[in-house]
Design a protein. Sequence first.
Length: 498
Amino acid sequence: MALFTTGLIENTPVAGVRPTSTFTVIITNDDTIAALVQIEGFFVTGATKTQYVLELFVMAPGEVAERIYFAQYDEFEFKFITGSDAIKISAWGKDAAGNLVAAHRLVTAELDAIGSSGITGATGATGVAGATGATGATGTTGATGAIGATGATGATGATGTTGAAGVTGATGATGTTGAAGVTGATGATGATGATGATGASFSASVNLIYVANTIDDNVSVIDGNTNGVIATVMVGDSPNGVGVNPITNRIYVANLISNNVSVIDGDTNGVIATVTVGTNPTGVGVNLIANQIYVTNFNSSNVSVISGLTSSVIATVTVGGSPNGVGVNPITNRIYVANQGSDNVSVISGLSSTVIATVTVGDSPSGVGVNPLMNAIYVANTFDDNVSVISGLSNTVIATITVGDLPNGVGVNPTTNRVYVANQGSDNVSVIDELSGTVIATVPVGNTPNSAGVNSLTNGIFVSNRNGNNVSVISGLTNTVITTVTVGNEPVGVGVNP
């Protein structure tokens, strides 16, 4: 992961006009795999820095993206977080006429790779003036000679050879732009150049869904385009939670009875590693930027941290009693663990792998969903029939929303700001609008819905029905079930590679 900043860019008006009106950013992914990019923009008023741009997106290998942002502020700054060191960024300001502002042009090498500069502090008091040194003696002025009479002008001599060019003087102020001249006639079209090599192939949407069948000890792979099962992958004993890293195309399955995690290669649908974790692992959360996986161990009251690079446990974090669901905010690098036995949520710093806060929620919290763009966390309280909404900024509960009977799994679509809660006891899904904090629809599904996976690109929601041995596919546009897919025995965890 790489972090860059433009630093504070001065943009105060000159003769009543700001030099830069808009700020253009060009991002190029020179890597051979997809990479995540986050762009943040800030403007400064006095001593206050305010965020006004927050954009998170995935770039295909070889892709070039352009973003244009409003920039009519006295001072502004842009920060870039990339999932790959091969991401190249250039940026420049343009005036109101669309002309490049040379002073506000930056390429990757010019971006600051450390934290951004803070606001300039107040000027300190002027120090005591030192003593004035002694004045040196004035030299003697020579006498001015008498001016002679001007002689007659001689004939013009032959032109001498051109002397060496003098040092270029300072550039004068730019003059007013003249009126545009008449457009000349279009020249003849040149010959077509040779076709370049074909770029790497990359699908706009993978749209694969992974469902853990706890009785069959396998995972059903559903093609979201056809809503049919295209593969079945054998894993460990009693698979439960499923997590997906769409950048590395790896799927992580927590096996409850065999106390390990199966790592599936999404290209081959084969298990490529098995990682031993704690006792009775249940939930799986993935930080796709840091490439770290967080597994809740229900009966050892801790979380195993797995490196996606080495497929090995690199840390173990003690949390509350009977941890179950887990959600990750890759932007803030915070991990949220629902402790079913202690009725609270442990907040883990991904940087230090330590618990930095504990938030009390409802009775028997289970599933966790995170909207990284809103920095909001949704926790299903199974025995209270409601959802606690936690602010990721303050680590406090800011709302409680009543849903169906025995809520369990939670899925979030950050694109539409919709939250989907699987209610095991009432065989339906509550649809929450994040902006209003209310349930706007209730969708009947199958028998004992357990988990909800969301594809934010296709706006499809996939709900595992544990006692129905199938998956209900919900359209996020109409809030209706559009098809039902038969899978294995007692499907529970659902993971989506969008």
